[in-house]
Write a protein that binds this ligand. Structure first.
Ligand code: AHR
Length: 363
């Protein structure tokens, strides 16, 4: 019965993925090979009707997170054959481990985790494995355990590398020879923070840019504003680039710079770089407040539900699935960037000039 339902689910998810218009890419270098099937766990779950899925979400810190939650909740709807149990872990790693343990206790059919931080997972994933409950990871990565079936998310290091590659070309275009940079990082220990920091730092080191300071704003607007207020006091007149690791931090940084009388963006003294490219972020790119915004794609729900449906049907799934993520810019002078990506390949990727149509199509 459950297998029959899962086959039907696979069809439903295939249709919704086709309709979604964004397909994940699975680069050969990423080790995306098949990761096995759910086997008996999928066949022996509770109930005959709906597949029960526990989702331990990071929290509600950003516009990106809101879009992520909506994407997962819509994909794992009752109409699609799922009973989703959603836990907002409020950016608290201990609460997230407890949520996963509760899902194991409840004997859900599948567990989906968006890990707040990338380490500290092996014990609880072993417990899930022992209980025969397959775990799917989305968005951020787990770096200290491979006891999960599949992951779908972003190549955060490439996001940082792309931001650095764009800054290099943009500075050359504008004749800016010296870059003095302030970074507002995301949640410390999250793979999004680690990847973006490392990727951008690689370009900074290669090009001799000075990173004056780099502190966490915890991926929130309030955090971004606080860090930027303190930067404005400590480094007034010393910086010409601010890198915020998500849009909400950028909004906070904008407020802090405006209050301090510092101009930023296309016509300003400070180049402002952001990540996520949510609707409000791209609105600021269109307005020239943010110079460049590197997308992190939150619409992972349909891909994750497709993975669960395939596992429930006994099919094999990829170990890794990467979301497609464009890079957005305020000015049309540069149309592409070339850089060596995290897999060691030289790639040339387009820069999307933001227009109202681009904003209207954003998440
Ligand atoms: O893990 C994705 C990151 O988490 C997004 O960049 C950020 O907005 C969110 O909080």
């Amino acid at each position: 019965m459950k297998k029959f339902l899962a086959l039907a689910l696979s069809l439903v998810m295939a249709v919704s993925l086709a309709a979604c218009g964004t397909s994940p890419s699975t680069p050969a270098a990423s080790g995306s090979g098949s990761a096995g099937s759910a086997g008996s766990a999928a066949a022996s779950g509770s109930g005959d009707q709906l597949i029960t899925v526990g989702f331990a979400q990071v929290g509600h810190e950003s516009d990106w997170r809101t879009a992520s939650t909506k994407s997962v909740q819509e994909a794992f709807s009752k109409d699609n054959g799922f009973d989703l149990q959603f836990v907002d872990c409020d950016n608290d790693s201990a609460a997230q481990l407890e949520a996963v343990r509760n899902f194991i206790e409840q004997d859900v059919d599948y567990i989906v985790i968006d890990p707040i931080v990338s380490t500290g997972w092996d014990t609880v994933l072993t417990e899930a494995d022992d209980a025969g409950i397959p775990v799917i990871v989305i968005d951020r990565t787990i770096d200290d355990s491979d006891k999960y079936i599949s992951w779908v998310g972003s190549e955060f290091t490439n996001e940082g590398l792309a931001a650095g590659a764009w800054l290099k070309d943009y500075a050359a275009l504008k004749g800016i020879s010296e870059l003095n940079i302030l970074v507002i990082e995301g949640t410390t220990g999250s793979s999004a923070q680690i990847g973006r920091t490392n990727g951008f730092k690689k370009l900074a080191d290669e090009n001799g840019w000075k990173i004056i300071d780099s502190q966490s704003g915890d991926f929130t607007q309030e955090g971004g504003q606080k860090v930027m207020e303190s930067y404005c006091k400590s480094y007034a007149g010393q910086f010409n680039v601010v890198v915020c690791q998500n849009d909400n931090e950028a909004f906070g940084a904008e407020d802090a710079m405006s209050a301090a009388g510092i101009s930023y963006g296309v016509d300003g003294d400070v180049i402002l770089i952001s990540f996520d490219a949510c609707t409000a972020g791209l609105t600021d790119v269109l307005a020239g407040k943010i110079n460049a915004d590197f997308q992190c794609n939150p619409l992972q729900g349909p891909f994750c539900a497709d993975i669960v449906a395939k596992l429930a049907a006994g099919d094999t799934v990829n170990k890794e699935t990467y979301m497609e993520e464009p890079w957005y810019v305020a000015e049309d002078a540069l149309t592409e960037i070339t850089y060596t990506n995290n897999a060691g390949n030289e790639v040339t990727e387009p820069l999307v000039h933001v227009t109202q149509d681009v904003v209207d199509a954003a998440y």
